[in-house]
Ligand binder design. Structure first.
Ligand SMILES: Nc1ncnc2c1ncn2[C@@H]1O[C@H](COP(=O)(O)OP(=O)(O)OP(=O)(O)O)[C@@H](O)[C@H]1O
Ligand SMILES: [Mg+2]
Length: 251
């Protein structure tokens, strides 16, 4: 889906570091309302780190991260909570809670952020599982699910609070190509039907060409963004040969 021109996220002059070790510096980019925005780059270049900063799990050394116009770097208390409610996250290693069935996994998130009674949270949880095609598995434990089902359940959990933005860190990792393609379809469906904005970290080229409106590519050596744009344009027209090669990898 083509995003509208209004940015929902603005990253301005952001530098991120662990202690003295700078991971990315002076980043500037925007994510538009309703777009599927993909973060690319080699292992260890800082994709997960950037994502964690965009959800206020870490604070940058410098710069602003505006979500719906509010700088989450400086926001506090109820203002920050309000913004975080608009965000759903699936972490790279973000497993479901293994000791709880799928309904309870989702109800837990709802109980943390709302005062809804149990029958209401259960109804919402079931609705979310229905959206990802897992209503029949609502009472199953995570250990009873396939890898693809676990990912879909984690997306259902990330959607518990009807987020405006979903952050997914390598959702297709470890999945076979068919299951990975089904996940792409789910992302596109959620993007089109619910107008959710997606920020997705992935390495999967087929996925990128299927779902991405725009991508940024991070580079470990320069600690900067080395490419921004539509995947087709970067494949054909990037002035960086390495970037062109990446997008041409599998033909
Ligand atoms: N909690 C942490 N404390 C210190 N250094 C960290 C921490 N997390 C990540 N790093 C370092 O920051 C750099 C970027 O890591 P990050 O996990 O963001 O990379 P990535 O692009 O997500 O890699 P991958 O594709 O392997 O998931 C790496 O050098 C990593 O060792
Ligand atoms: Mg990562």
């Amino acid at each position: 889906m083509e995003g509208s021109s209004e940015p929902i996220i603005r990253v301005e002059d952001v530098t991120v570091a662990y202690g003295d070790s700078v991971v990315l510096k002076d980043l500037n980019f925007q994510v538009k309302h309703g777009e599927v925005f993909i973060i690319l780059g080699g292992s260890g270049c800082g994709k997960s780190t950037l994502l964690k900063h965009m959800i206020s799990l870490h604070s940058p050394v410098k710069g602003k991260i505006l979500i719906d116009g509010v700088d989450i770097v400086t926001a506090e208390g109820s203002e920050l909570r309000e913004i975080l409610r608009k965000i759903g996250v699936m972490y790279q290693n973000g497993a479901l809670f293994g000791s709880m069935n799928l309904i309870d996994n989702i109800c837990l998130v709802l109980e943390e952020f709302t005062d809804l009674p149990r029958d209401a949270t259960e109804t919402i949880a079931l609705m979310k599982l229905n959206v990802v095609g897992l209503a029949d598995s609502a009472h199953k434990m995570p250990s009873e699910l396939s890898g693809g089902m676990k990912k879909r359940a984690a997306i259902a959990r990330a959607m518990a609070l009807d987020p405006e933005i979903l952050f997914l860190d390598e959702p297709s990792a470890g999945l076979d190509p068919v299951t990975s393609a089904q996940l792409d379809d789910l992302i596109l469906e959620l993007s089109r039907s619910l107008k959710i904005t997606f920020v997705v970290v992935t390495h999967e080229l087929p996925s990128i060409f299927t779902v991405a409106d725009r991508v940024i590519m991070l580079d470990k050596n320069t600690k900067t963004i080395i490419a921004t744009g539509k995947p087709g344009e970067l494949r054909d027209k990037s002035d960086n040969p390495w970037v062109r090669q990446f997008f041409n990898r599998q033909g």
